[in-house]
Design a protein around this ligand. Sequence first.
Ligand SMILES: Nc1ncnc2c1ncn2[C@@H]1O[C@H](COP(=O)(O)OP(=O)(O)OP(=O)(O)O)[C@@H](O)[C@H]1O
Length: 429
Amino acid sequence: MANQTNIIIIGVSVGVAVGILVASCAFIAIRFYRKRSHVQNRSVESASTLPIRVNGIDASIDSSASIAVSEIGHGLHDIGKKNHYWGRRGNPSKDLLHSLSGIPRYVYKDIQKATQNFTTILGEGSFGPVYKAIMPTSAVVAVKVLANNSKQGEKEFQTEVLLLSRLHHRNLVNLVGYCVDKGQHMLIYEFMSNGSLASLLYGDNTRNLSWEQRLQIALDVSHGIEYLHDGAVPPVVHRDLKSANILLDKSMRAKVADFGLSKEEVYDGRNSGLKGTYGYMDPDYMSTNNYTKKSDIYSFGIILFELLTSINPQQGLMDYINLAAIGGEGKADWDEIIDSKLSCMSNIEEIRQLADIAHRCLHKIPRKRPSIADVTHAISRIGRRRLNRDETLSIAGSINALGFLKRLERQQVELSHLTSIKESPAAVV
Ligand SMILES: Nc1ncnc2c1ncn2[C@@H]1O[C@H](COP(=O)(O)OP(=O)(O)OP(=O)(O)O)[C@@H](O)[C@H]1O
């Protein structure tokens, strides 16, 4: 009996010991696994983290995040938002190839499906056709397909993917994916539902833009260029700033597109070696072949005049500007050329101020043109003054309303006083 009891005790003890051993092993294994996956996650994060300097401030950011250089005086925001275009459900895992640039790479059949077999064309540029695509996540994107016959297509493609993978800003049309498959090269961008500024001003999508909208577009574009010139390391010169490359999102906020493209040479009857678009090209660049940030400033000056006049630079805008500016510095007659739809007298001073800024951008000596930071500052100042004026007007309005109410109150008191006198028997006598 005693023997049996001993055997039972030994059995139970061994069982408990084995149980504890198994539990400990499981605990250690789980901890080890967790630690390893944490280390792996960290290394994935650091692999896609690129040092980007924003307006003098060094910032390490996730390459899928967007950096927003906010308006003057509003400071720097680093929006670490996830790339919502390619969420888990929409991420075609086995098809999604690892990308060196940190930007998701897709296979041909995904894009083919998202563009309904390439039937949703938005337009065609020198790079090739652009299609609207609806991804499995329901995210809407624009797919730029590199034309096979494009002479510089491959080079443009390589340049743009690498460059765009490290450039993110709320005033740039951001790259959200790309595809190299079946001999095709495609760039996938965020979709800009309101099209280009050119099409809104004089294209097939013309719309009456208010002064406030135009001023906001000017400021947005200025911020986008400021990021390229002063925020990106190394700095980026756009080389083809024009209203067709300013795209507008659903809230009519403007973003600069097509940066990082190595454009084909402009053909002007001879092999000029020039790249860009007529009507926007810096005359100094055309004569020296030396393209600088100040050449971008020249093109931006033309865009600002487009916003002010709604005149196409390829239809004599520069002649109108020269005519209006004939009086010389400070004596230009901008009123003659501004878009008649803008001629609301309350805005006229602001319009003239923006025209002065735009004209400084067109100075024939590049070093006399302002820097993009100066331009942003000057446009912001117009916006701020406008805000202050509106506030003053609304305060004045409130004061007026208060005065009116007080007068009304006084009149009521007087009226009731009169009525009471009238009703009193003594007054009747
Ligand atoms: N991200 C986008 N969202 C919406 N539409 C776009 C987008 N990108 C381009 N488009 C539209 O696709 C068309 C072709 O654009 P693309 O940038 O290829 O050429 P472009 O800038 O008009 O001309 P070029 O390439 O000769 O400078 C244009 O109508 C443009 O507005």
